[in-house]
Design a protein around this ligand. Structure first.
Ligand code: NBG
Length: 791
């Protein structure tokens, strides 16, 4: 149990850090100084639980989980730490007595945006749950100097600007100069591998504290350094630029996050990043294992390695290499041991996202690994009779490699796992029928309810106590209060408070006046054709048309909120962004629809923005083409915070609907099977457009330049795409979507009924905790358990 933290002590320590760690006095302290001092004062309190957890882990001599991920989309940490320490009110009070505002200080922290979207955020939620559950674990990744780019809008267009979170001191990390490993690239194999170049991976550790500070694990991120800091020879010859080249080349490896979530990067630097962090992590894992004196034969009894997508799939051959070349294990046995340690999570079925490396590039960069992969492939083909190759069409297929080298492969929602079996890994599933399992994603309730939604947290605590925070299924106890109008009123009052908070946030950022009683309809996620922000904005236009046709009708006021970034090279996604901004400009300026419809698209959506938007949402847009969204996790956050979903039968929407009840969910659209059938029909999109006067009208308006008056041709490409190659079936689902939105309108004005549906969404979302997900991984994949002493 945590000790109560007194605000006087905290204040003393804040002032001590201000003076001794930052060298500032109170008269000259900036917001940054105060935030850093508070962070350091709280960080001091994290160290003991962190050490205790490490000690317990060594004592137990059991298994550790190693979560290898190219991405950790963490967001801010200060509030997280304060909450887990139980030091939120003490921090508030300490700052207040210093004349400072806690919320302002907390919001000064830049997001650690070391990820693109769902996959990276899931990794962050998993770290939180591993610590809350007391499962000994390390997260391993890359300490990117520049995280996900900052998004700006210039005349409605997305502009990318480099992000610089490390330009300030990152208070939460501890540099470990003594923990470093060489990572080689290129060269030749003459019996042993002689790499042509080597960089150094240097560790930085961030403690990850669990709920009530009962346990803390470590996130270890690697930074690339050169073996020789400065080429003095070049310098002495007068070549100043040449002298810094080795350093620049080495550092390039951890310089920047690839800003793409679903298309293959295919670049040499990306392959180097993947190998860089995987190799450093595995060297670290083997070193730790050996330091405990265990026999290398027992590696899998102590080490569970989870591959977050194929990005670290090189772990298979790398672990074999370490066992064979550096620990004298026989090749066949090394492959067996590696398989027993490794498991792989698939996060997407999109063919363009399945990593394949050009064989020539791969052979040049990792010649020893290519040899090992040949051995792995040969053994796989010979022992199983399978025809699925790892090396094919002059490429190394990382999905197949990860699959073959894993003892378990999992999808991230029930539907997705079934589709993994039927599609991408159909043949491998026949060969290894027990290997694919499902672990439906989850989200951490600490960040995604407790911290981000204080009004609702307070109401829930008052109604059922605080046990739900680390046992989220307890939320079902709220159901006993569903018939109580007092409870429902309080529930909607909490929602209203969040909407008002958001309205003032908008007022601060722009001159837009928002009416908090309008329905807040939110779609926030990466911009992608399959996620169909395009369909959402088309429906918005159609709705606007109908209001204009009948301005005195009974319209339910709506605020359409969009948020999200497009990959810099994804042309269509960027056009969709531009269109949304252009449409917003026209609609928001229309006096006829003024108080009925508004469209906002705040730039630079990130974790912190999600924390303001989600609690304020009435309606959650989860409208992907069925079969394309592996799971979704935003969908869970919305339901948990009492938003109703409008969505397709895709990803985890299916399970959300099952749990919250079909009557509390707005369903529309083709199913995954129907999507496949429809694509086989001749000219399906033209037929759908012709059958929908509403859609035809909207597309004509766009094509006529109604939203781009000075540049009428601006969206001809987008409109043509829908006619000729509507791969994501926007046209086919449009009418169903429009009609369902009108049902939402009607439901929203029945306040009592809406309140009941919203509260039931919260009450029945407990299963979507990442604690439940991690328990599933621990039991079905890792075979490990909690070391928490619950007494
Ligand atoms: C994403 C899927 C989401 C899923 C997250 C986490 C990638 C490659 N995939 O549907 O698109 O929720 O992974 O599993 O980012």
């Amino acid at each position: 149990m945590t000790k109560t933290i007194a605000s006087e002590d905290l204040q003393f320590n804040i002032l001590r850090h201000l003076k001794k760690s930052l060298g500032k006095d109170t008269a000259n302290a900036t917001l940054y100084d105060w935030r850093t001092s508070l962070s350091l004062a709280l960080r001091d309190l994290v160290v003991d639980p962190w050490f205790q957890s490490t000690r317990k882990t060594y004592e137990a001599a059991g298994k550790r989980v190693y979560y290898l991920s190219m991405e950790f989309l963490i967001g801010r940490l200060l509030e997280d730490v304060a909450v887990n320490l139980g030091a939120e009110s003490a921090s508030r009070a300490a700052l207040e007595s210093l004349g400072l505002d806690y919320d302002e200080v907390v919001h000064d922290e830049p997001d650690a945006a070391l990820g693109n979207g769902g996959l990276g955020r899931l990794a962050a939620c998993f770290l939180d749950s591993l610590s809350t559950l007391g499962i000994p674990a390390y997260g391993y990744g890359i300490r990117y100097e520049h995280g996900l780019f900052e998004q700006h809008f210039e005349n409605g267009r997305q502009i990318e600007v480099a992000e610089g979170w490390l330009s300030q001191r990152h208070t939460w990390e501890f540099e470990r100069p003594e923990v470093n490993y060489p990572v080689g690239f290129g060269g030749h194999v003459n019996g042993t591998w002689e790499p042509a170049e080597t960089v150094i991976a240097n560790a930085y550790d961030t403690p990850i504290l669990g709920w009530k500070a009962r346990w803390a694990n470590t996130l270890r991120l690697w930074s690339a350094k050169p073996t020789v800091l400065f080429d003095l020879g070049s310098f002495n010859r007068g070549d100043l630029v040449g002298a810094v080249v080795p350093e620049a080349l080495a550092r390039a490896i951890s310089r920047v996050l690839y800003p793409d979530d679903t298309t293959e990067a295919g670049k040499e630097l990306r392959l180097k990043q993947e190998y860089f962090f995987t190799s450093a992590s595995l060297q670290d894992i083997v070193r730790r294992f050996k330091s405990e004196g265990f026999d290398i034969e027992t590696l899998a009894d102590h080490v569970a390695i989870q591959l977050n997508d194929t990005h670290p799939a090189i772990a298979g051959p790398e672990l074999v290499r370490l066992l064979v070349d550096e620990n004298g294990v026989d090749m066949k046995r090394a492959v067996e041991i590696a398989k027993a340690c490794l498991a792989y999570t698939n996060h997407t079925l999109l063919p363009e996202a399945l990593e394949r490396w050009d064989l020539g590039l791969f052979a040049r960069t990792l010649p020893r690994h290519l040899q090992i992969i040949e051995v792995i492939e040969e053994e796989h083909l010979a022992t199983t009779g399978s025809h699925v190759r790892i090396i094919e069409d002059h490429a190394v297929k990382m999905g197949e490699l990860a699959f073959v080298m894993a003892h378990r492969v999992n999808g991230v929602s029930a539907l997705h796992s079934e589709l993994v079996k039927k599609t991408v890994f159909h043949d491998l599933n026949q060969t290894y029928p027990d290997r694919i399992i499902n672990q439906t994603n989850g989200v951490t309730p600490r960040r995604w309810l407790y911290s981000c939604n204080p009004p609702l947290r307070t109401l829930i605590n008052k109604t059922i106590g605080e046990g739900w925070v680390d046992d989220l299924e307890q939320l079902n106890r709220l159901e006993a209060h569903i018939a109580d109008t007092g409870f429902l009123d309080a529930f909607m009052a909490a929602k209203r408070a969040n909407k008002e908070r958001l309205a003032s946030w908008f007022a601060e950022k722009s001159d837009l006046q928002i009416d908090p009683s309008a329905m807040f309809d939110v779609q926030i996620k990466r911009i992608h054709e399959y996620k169909r922000q395009f369909m959402n904005i088309l429906e918005t236009i159609a709705h606007w048309n109908e209001i204009r046709d009948n301005p005195n009708g009974e319209w339910t006021p709506r605020l359409k909120i969009f948020g999200g970034k497009a990959a810099p090279g994804y042309v269509v996604a960027k056009e969709i962004i531009h269109l949304i901004n252009d449409v917003a400009k026209v609609i928001n300026a229309d006096p006829v629809t003024q108080d009925k419809l508004k469209v906002v698209y705040p730039p630079n959506y990130n974790v912190s923005m999600a924390e303001i938007l989600i609690p304020a949402a009435d309606l959650s847009e989860q409208i992907s083409t069925a079969g394309k969204e592996a799971s979704g996790t935003g969908n869970m956050k919305f339901a948990l915070n009492g938003a109703l979903t409008i969505g397709t039968l895709d990803g985890a929407n299916v399970e959300i609907r099952e749990r919250v009840g079909a009557e509390n969910f707005f369903l529309f659209g083709l199913t995954a099977e129907e999507v496949v059938e429809r694509r086989n029909q001749h000219d399906y999109s033209r037929a759908a457009i012709a059958a929908s006067p509403r859609l035809t009208r909207v597309l004509n308006q766009i094509a006529d330049g109604l939203f781009s008056p000075g540049d009428p041709g601006r969206y001809h490409g987008l409109v043509r795409l829908l006619h000729e190659h509507d791969y994501f079936l926007v046209t086919c689902d449009f009418d169903g979507y429009f009609d369902t939105q009108r049902q939402v309108d009607a439901a929203f004005v029945d306040h009592a009924h809406w309140a009941r549906m919203a509260a039931l969404n919260t009450a029945r979302s407990g299963w979507f905790s990442s604690d439940r997900t991690i328990r599933g991984y621990a039991q079905d994949i890792w075979n490990t358990s909690s070391l928490l002493d619950r007494s």
